[in-house]
Ligand binder design. Structure first.
Ligand code: CP
Length: 325
């Protein structure tokens, strides 16, 4: 694996999940793999889980970790080629990225979309410029369109639940990704990424449900069954992934806030005692009800905990493959 920005960078999803499981069983299994190596975590946007879990993962591998909150502590970066820099940006990524490439062995970046210019966001300008100019492996900590470390943790979580319930490999789970209301326009990253990973995983009957106007980009959802009837989608579901996203067609807009789309106990009772998932942070009683989040079938804390092992599996693969080149 040269970089980790989407499921397309992964040769074998099942093997990667297995590696994450090995690290979960033995966190210090390869504690000297990253000895003498440094990882830089660049945050252009806020984070709790990704920030901590990635640091823990890198430390378990013996790496030195440095965090730079670019949004607060770094120079304002410019990403546009050929621009006259007489505005607010101070340093071009063409100059900053090669410097960071000299300091670190792996560079991890979190950046959110602007949700104004769809073409710009979907070109993944920030991530692509770092890939182009840093000269070292780039790890996405969530980008303008995808959140692959989250999705790997989500697949690990579903695998664990199926294994402990004794039906892993015996029947395909019904996995439902449902849109939920929110007061603000949110990125598509988690939904795009979850769809892309579940489709590539090939182990689920996958249904996506959302109100009209919330269709995701088909490049990520192709292969899933898509319906605007949430009640039908939830019937006999084994896992329900709840997430808000803004419109892709009417780019970045909130078209619908109907609280009727929020998952509650009555709806959950039509599922097959589904494990309920959310990447967090979540707005309680807007996106997901207390009665669901506080229930024993809520998987949200387990998903967040599994972020350590998914990051550890990916970072170990990046540094192993870089050493082999
Ligand atoms: N799920 C997730 O990425 O959480 P943070 O935004 O807190 O990192």
């Amino acid at each position: 694996m040269q970089h980790f920005t989407s499921v397309k960078d992964v040769q074998d999803i099942h093997a990667l999940i297995q590696t994450a499981q090995q690290f979960k069983a033995q966190p210090l299994l390869h504690s000297s793999l990253g000895m003498g190596k440094k990882i830089g975590l660049l945050f252009l946007n806020p984070s709790l889980r990704t920030r901590i879990s990635t640091q823990l993962a890198a430390r378990n591998l013996g790496m030195e970790v440095m965090v730079l909150n670019m949004d607060k502590e770094g120079w304002a970066l410019e990403f546009q080629e050929g621009i006259v820099m007489d505005g607010t940006s101070v340093e071009h990524v063409k100059d900053a990225a090669p410097v960071l490439g000299q300091y670190f062995d792996v560079l991890a970046i979190r950046t959110f979309p602007g949700l104004i210019d769809r073409e710009k966001d979907y070109s993944e300008q920030v991530l692509q410029q770092f890939i182009r100019y840093a000269g070292i492996p780039i790890l996405s900590l969530e980008s303008a369109t995808l959140h692959p470390l989250q999705s790997l943790a989500d697949l690990l979580t579903m695998t664990e639940v199926m294994h402990s319930a004794g039906w892993l490999g015996k029947r395909k789970p019904k996995v439902v990704l449902t849109w939920a209301p929110h007061i603000k326009p949110l990125p598509h990253c988690v939904a795009n990424s979850f769809a892309e990973w579940v489709n590539s995983w090939g182990e689920a009957d996958f249904v996506i449900t959302h109100p009209e106007g919330y269709e995701l980009n088909e490049q990520f959802t192709e292969g899933a069954q898509i319906t605007q009837h949430q009640d039908e989608a939830l019937q006999d579901a084994d896992f329900v992934y709840v997430k808000n996203w803004s419109s892709y067609q009417t780019y970045g807009k909130v078209l619908e806030t109907d609280p009727g789309w929020m998952l509650n106990k009555r709806k959950w009772q039509t599922t097959r005692q589904a494990g309920v998932m959310h990447c967090l942070p979540v707005r309680r009683n807007v996106e997901l009800s207390d009665e669901i989040l506080d229930a024993p079938f809520s998987l949200v804390t387990r998903q967040a905990a599994n972020r350590v092992w998914s990051a550890q599996a990916v970072i170990s693969s990046l540094i192993k493959d870089a050493s082999a080149r």
